[in-house]
Write a protein that binds this ligand. Structure first.
Ligand code: KG4
Ligand code: ZN
Length: 342
């Protein structure tokens, strides 16, 4: 596909549909003018995202979300210079909705198409609003599907330092929350409950490589802990919910903070950024602020609306790709396991 009209200050329409949020954003020369997100509440009682229900909800949300973004940005559809979409990683059926919609729009408007890696976009969310980090910086991405530490050398050039061997940090919050009878996603619920609780229970941290993470052991230990205590007192969860939430949260957060700080010291990086849905967590934010203060590192935390899944981060990544004329062909399909070059 040819570029219709090259612009030095491109107006980009970006779509994110990798999991259970349908989002459309408009950026004008790298400034986000609209970022509309439609959440899917249909998964609340299933303890996780049901892929078939997610695809169906994306189909019904996508047109209203795109319409609302165009309205909010105050642009005409004929002003657009490019269409961007999340290519992966994510759920196939969810990704296909955004991928096909973006292709249709690009063909109809004769515009170039830009494919974005969701994980790169989570990191590039730090470039939406000031203060922005400068290269190189260390980034911890913590979401429902990923936990990884990378050194960012440039917008699309990074080294992987470590990642989770099993569950992601968000998954640990969600699975522990499910055992406590909390709705999905449980991360925000645990965050709220923990505010009125104390770190009363001790959950083990996994012994894995220096910069690797593992949260499946925590999940198992919470399961046996609850089983043991519920046998003694069937009302245990109800009585101790705040303290359990605070203790589980602390176990996850401590691991994330300790490993990130260790990696920053090892690689002599004085700028640390945290991205992904779990970076909204208030305890993670507090512990990171304190730990970075202790070593004199500068910390970058994006606004919560740019931490959880959103299309503004896709638009930001697309802006940097547009400037390099890094467009994709109409044959580019959704890739649930899309990887990156490290
Ligand atoms: O980045 P995200 O919106 O989607 C993925 O790419 O996975 O992250 C979703 C994850 C969920 O696991 C959710 O429980 C978690 O982020 N999360 C939180 C908080 N807000 C969202 N976890 C802990 N505390 C929060 N306040
Ligand atoms: Zn995400």
């Amino acid at each position: 596909m040819k570029e219709k009209k090259s612009s030095k200050s491109p107006i980009i329409l970006a779509i994110e549909s990798s999991c259970d949020d349908t989002s459309c954003a408009i950026s004008v020369n790298g400034v986000v003018r609209a970022n509309i997100v439609a959440n899917q509440t249909v998964h609340k009682n299933y303890g996780g995202v049901v892929p078939e229900l997610a695809s169906r909800a994306h189909l019904s949300h996508i047109i209203p979300v795109v319409d609302a973004a165009i309205k909010e940005a105050g642009i005409k559809i004929s002003d657009l210079n490019a269409i961007a979409f999340t290519q992966g990683p994510g759920l196939l059926g969810s990704l296909i909705v955004g991928n096909q919609f973006a292709k249709g729009l690009a063909v109809a408007l004769d515009l170039p198409l830009i494919a974005i890696n969701h994980m790169e976009a989570h990191i590039l969310a730090h470039f939406i609003d000031a203060p922005i980090p400068s290269f190189p910086f260390l980034n911890l991405t913590v979401s429902g599907g990923h936990t990884e530490l990378v050194i960012m050398h440039d917008y699309f050039q990074q080294d992987l330092i470590g990642q989770t061997l099993d569950d992601a940090a968000g998954e640990a919050f969600d699975k522990c929350g499910k055992m406590l009878g909390l709705p999905y996603p449980s991360g925000p619920e645990i965050d709220k409950l923990a505010k009125a609780g104390e770190i009363k229970f001790n959950f083990p941290t996994a012994r894995v490589g220096e910069f690797e993470f593992s949260f499946s052991g925590l999940k198992t230990s919470v399961m046996y802990f609850l089983k043991r205590n519920l046998e003694k007192d069937p009302d245990f969860i109800h009585k101790e919910i705040n303290n359990i939430a605070a203790s589980v949260q602390d176990a996850i957060v401590k691991t994330l903070v300790n490993k990130t700080l260790k990696a920053a010291k090892r690689h002599q990086l004085k700028q640390i950024a945290v991205s992904g849905g779990v970076s909204v967590n208030s305890e993670l934010r507090n512990q990171m602020i304190n730990a970075c203060g202790d070593i004199g590192a500068e910390l970058f935390l994006a606004a919560p609306k740019y931490c959880t899944d959103n299309a503004a981060m896709i638009a930001m990544a697309a802006h940097f790709k547009y400037l390099k004329s890094d467009f994709c062909s109409l044959k580019t399909s959704a890739e649930p396991r899309l990887s990156r070059q490290f």
